[in-house]
Design a protein around this ligand. Structure first.
Ligand code: PLP
Length: 452
């Protein structure tokens, strides 16, 4: 098996069994008996190991990973510097609980996050283990710091699955169904998804109706400004379809928050840590959030989440909020190694590879009738498929077929939104790998369209 893999280029896919192969199929059978059926498994891949942008399954098939563990392994799979940082720290101290004791890794990481967070304001950090926990911390802090109960969130956003975060999440009905009642005093408003403008406007001429809707409808009805603690938003919609709003939206949203003493919370769990070709998506729009939620790419796969807030907001007393495992030394050292790599080269590589991919994909709407829009920032790229260019009816079935064909060719890509193909490779991805991904998707799209 190893010999077969070694004969081909190690940085590109090689599939030598039917999929899933025999070992993968056996494990998937065992999985069915014991793992919660609530998990949304798509491709039947059972991963054995990974390196850079490549993963190898238990049957020796090699795949190019354009998911990065759902936008997590920013530095690629098992980057040697991250592995070394983890191994060194694991040999010295794995856990102590930063809630009650001190260790340097946690302080050093908080200092680093405070230094690189958008805007030059003093920051404090509270650590958890996931994106949802970073959001929970932000919800609690926003209410605590303002003394106001209400929270405004955007339709289509995904903020996590714990009860507080889920109350903000409005991506899919199945994610909320049967779990109510959720947190009271959370209201939702349309996201600035310009390709499918909820107000029937064009981006060039719109008067930022998405913000007007908050000001003129919500404030005057169910969420008076003086009762609203915070507005939560993903600065680039992730699970909802990889949508980047126009700059003027953020200008208006920032004004609205400032005028009304409402906190602006940016959920950069998916868009942060260099993914968009800048450290934060916020940097593209020059937005300075009051609170920033970070997770996923922060520690290249070690579980870590962070709620990063203006220092003068995070003044809650001892005991108000903490997590036993949050910010454990091993995850913190992995994060410090990750951020060093991002700053040295990988944010820049994300910008370079993102623009290389976009230059190529930009032609697709004129080449393929089923491609409605290609959009994105850096290596956070969405290709939205439609059944009809005029009506823009989502091409959901076609998207699923393209993803399946890509998998059969060794390219791992996931969907986002109803009919968008999402590209979020590790930030170490090379030009050849981007070229392979683009060429493979062109082939798959051509075949899927021909099949009808
Ligand atoms: N926020 C955003 C924008 C996300 O994309 C996700 C996960 O996909 C979360 C929050 C929740 O993160 P986690 O799954 O680590 O709880």
């Amino acid at each position: 098996m190893a010999q077969i893999v070694d004969r081909v280029r190690p940085d590109l896919p090689h599939i030598h069994t039917s999929l899933p192969g025999p070992r993968a199929a056996a494990l998937i059978e065992r999985d069915k008996n014991v793992i919660s059926p609530s998990y949304t498994r798509g491709d039947p891949i059972v991963v054995d190991h990974g390196e850079g942008a490549m993963v190898v399954d238990v049957d020796g098939n090699r795949f190019l990973d354009f998911n990065a563990g759902i936008a997590v392994v920013a530095t690629g799979h098992c980057h040697p510097r991250v592995v070394e940082a983890i191994q060194k720290q694991a040999a010295r101290l794995i856990h102590m609980s930063g809630t009650d004791f001190y260790y340097e890794a946690m302080v050093a990481l908080a200092e680093k996050l405070a230094a690189i967070a958008p805007g030059s304001v003093a920051r404090r950090v509270s650590f958890g283990n996931s994106g949802a926990e970073a959001i929970e911390g932000a919800i609690k802090l926003a209410r605590y710091a303002t003394g106001r109960p209400k929270i405004i969130a955007f339709l289509g956003c995904f903020h996590g699955r714990t009860m507080g975060a889920l109350s903000l999440t409005s991506r899919k009905a199945v994610q909320r169904a049967g779990f109510g009642p959720l947190l009271p005093d959370v209201v939702h408003t349309p996201y600035p998804y310009c390709y499918r403008c909820p107000f029937g406007q064009e981006p060039e001429t719109c008067a930022v109706e998405c913000v007007k809707a908050i000001e003129e409808r919500l404030f005057k009805t169910i969420a008076p400004a003086r009762e609203t603690a915070a507005i939560f938003i993903e600065p680039v919609l992730g699970e909802g379809g990889y949508v980047a709003p126009p700059r003027k939206f953020f200008d208006e949203l920032t004004r609205l928050c400032a005028e009304n003493g409402i906190l602006l919370v940016l959920d950069e769990v998916q868009s942060g840590m260099g993914r968009t070709g800048k450290m934060w998506a916020a940097d593209h729009f020059e937005v300075v959030p009051d609170i920033l939620a970070v997770a996923k790419g922060i520690a290249s796969g070690m579980p870590l989440g962070a709620t990063v807030a203006r220092a003068n907001l995070m003044t809650w007393p001892p005991g108000a909020h903490a997590s036993t495992f949050g910010g454990n030394p091993v995850a913190c050292e992995a994060a410090l190694a990750t951020i060093a790599l991002l700053e040295e080269e990988l944010v820049e590589n994300a910008a370079r590879m993102g623009s290389y991919l976009m230059d190529r994909l930009r032609q697709w709407p004129s080449r393929f009738p089923a491609v409605g829009e290609v959009r994105g920032l850096g290596l956070m790229i969405g290709i939205e498929l439609v059944r009809d260019r005029q009506t823009r009816e989502p091409g959901t079935v076609l998207r699923e077929r393209v993803l399946q064909l890509a998998f059969e060719r060794g390219l791992l890509v996931l969907g986002a939104g109803d009919s968008t193909i999402r590209l979020c490779p590790p930030l170490v991805v090379t030009r050849d790998q981007c070229e392979f991904a683009a060429a493979t998707l062109e082939e798959c799209l051509t075949q899927a369209m021909a099949e009808g």
